[in-house]
Design a protein around this ligand. Structure first.
Ligand code: ACO
Length: 444
């Protein structure tokens, strides 16, 4: 792309002076016009900037995608500076107050809130697909008694592709739909079975009379009683947590689902990639890490020493900070309220007092305020799980249950986007070149 040329060659149309960027390459003195669309420039538009004909062309370098939009999306809007989160235009606060997780899942996937009939059909479909193939129980049995449930979930989700080989037909509307239904329906069953495996308890089959969150609690906790019916306040609290975790635009796991899905693999394999990404302590694993951190802090008196360690760079304050939110994470605000309601049912938790005090100290400390580090969704979510008597290693698994609807919505949007190609980043090669092979006897 030489001087005077515009983006025609890259399919971007001719830029006007208002929506273009003039770039001068000081190596050559050439000036280029780059089109600006929706506040972005196309990285490919820089490829034409070269010092000579043999030059590969300019690339952009952005190892953690800190300033790279990898898609256009209509699903989730976040304003990180203002602390705003909306799904399909609906504020998260309204969804948490008035909706249910399954309705939000419908909204994410279909783009609109359902009518009464559509919602009833959707809930019915999810409810009748909660059972898993009996063979899955055999390979769950193959895991060690103390296998991390997230590792078990990851394997089981990937394995689902072998039970539903037609899911490979990713252009078939019915196959896409049924994969979405199956994934949303079976995640709680897989999660609960992994938990029961850890405890050596018999698996509890889904109860179709119960709501989505109540059925999950039943599969976790039912013992000898004929019917397990959790306190509706706890069911509601869990449902709110599910809504809060349903989608969060291009986070690490969603980007993983889109990247892996761009190879046109089946949705179960793509979602397994999302589960793997979520497992990491800097992402979904943070809620587990928060509780371990609070255990280590042990009592309020130890908070100043702990924070000194964080500021000295010896460790991180888990549950604080976010790539996008540079303000209080709106989800953390809702969860904090949720914790109070749950503790009214379950009784006080000393860890909550440490967490509240820790938050106060951090928000009063320039180290955190200067870096705009505020509590994120994971700071308090673990507290609700703990109050529900869910063990720490299950926290990330519970995050994966609702995030499945977001992953699927994003996967479907990616498939329908005419700009989608197989994701394949570039690299800047810094290693050796053209070396002569040295036989092993001659190496020093
Ligand atoms: N504790 C202490 N310092 C922190 C923290 C933290 N939790 N988070 C960021 N910082 C500091 C960094 O050290 C850095 O300081 P510096 O400028 O002096 O080097 C500065 O704040 C900016 O941090 P980055 O690491 O550059 O921010 P990034 O956007 O890459 O990281 C992340 C975001 C991974 C979430 C980070 O804040 C973190 O590790 N938080 C703790 C883990 C956590 O809670 N993750 C859950 C995120 S929400 C979710 O995934 C559902």
């Amino acid at each position: 792309m030489a001087e005077e040329q515009t983006q025609d060659q890259n399919g971007g149309g001719v830029a006007t002076s208002q929506d273009s960027l003039s770039v001068t390459d000081n190596r050559t003195g050439e000036t280029y016009e780059v089109e600006i669309t929706d506040g972005t420039v196309k990285a490919m538009d820089f490829r034409g900037i070269k010092v000579d004909e043999d030059d590969f062309g300019l690339m952009t370098y952005d190892p953690a995608y800190t300033n790279t939009a990898h898609c256009r999306s209509d699903i989730t809007y976040i304003d990180g500076a203002a602390g705003i989160l909306q799904h399909r235009g609906y504020p998260i606060e309204q969804l948490c107050e008035q909706s249910t997780y399954l309705e939000v899942a419908y909204l994410l996937i279909h783009g609109e809130l359902p009518t009464r009939q559509q919602l009833d059909d959707w809930v019915h479909e999810i409810t009748v697909h909660t059972y898993i193939h009996e063979n899955i129980k055999s390979f769950l049995d193959g895991f060690r008694y103390d296998a991390h449930p997230m590792g078990m979930l990851l394997s089981c989700v990937g394995a689902l592709s072998t039970f539903y080989p037609d899911a490979k037909k990713i252009d078939d509307d019915f196959e896409r739909h049924i994969a979405a239904v199956r994934l949303i329906a079976k995640m709680p069953t897989l999660a609960a079975f992994a938990y029961r495996h850890n405890l050596g308890l018999p698996f509890v089959y889904p109860d179709n009379d119960l709501s989505y969150p109540a059925n999950f609690l039943s599969m976790l906790f039912k013992m000898t009683e004929l019917k397990y019916e959790p306190d509706p306040r706890l069911t509601k609290a869990l449902d709110v947590l599910f809504i809060l975790h349903a989608d969060h635009e291009q986070n690490c796991s969603t980007a993983a689902v889109r990247n892996v899905g761009s190879s046109q693999v089946d949705p179960y394999s793509a979602v397994a990639a999302g589960v793997a990404a979520l497992y990491g302590p800097l992402h979904g694993g943070a809620n587990e890490a928060v509780l371990r951190m609070l255990d280590r802090i042990e009592k309020k008196e130890n908070i100043p020493d702990f924070l000194k360690g964080v500021k000295d760079g010896n460790e991180r304050l888990m549950g604080f900070g976010h790539r996008v939110y540079k303000n209080y994470d709106p989800r953390a605000r809702i969860i904090k309220k949720n914790v109070d309601e749950v503790l009214e049912v379950t009784g006080k938790n000393p860890k909550l007092e440490i967490a509240v005090e820790l938050e106060k100290h951090a928000l009063d400390d320039e180290y955190f305020t200067d870096r705009k580090l505020y509590p994120n969704v994971d700071f308090y979510s673990g507290m609700v799980y703990e109050a529900l008597q869910i063990p720490t290693n299950m926290f990330t698994v519970i995050f994966a249950i609702p995030r499945t609807s977001g992953w699927i919505a994003q996967w479907m949007e990616m498939l329908d986007d005419p700009d989608t190609k197989i994701a394949r980043p570039r690299q800047v090669y810094k290693g050796e070149r053209d070396r002569e092979y040295v036989p092993i006897e001659q190496r020093g």
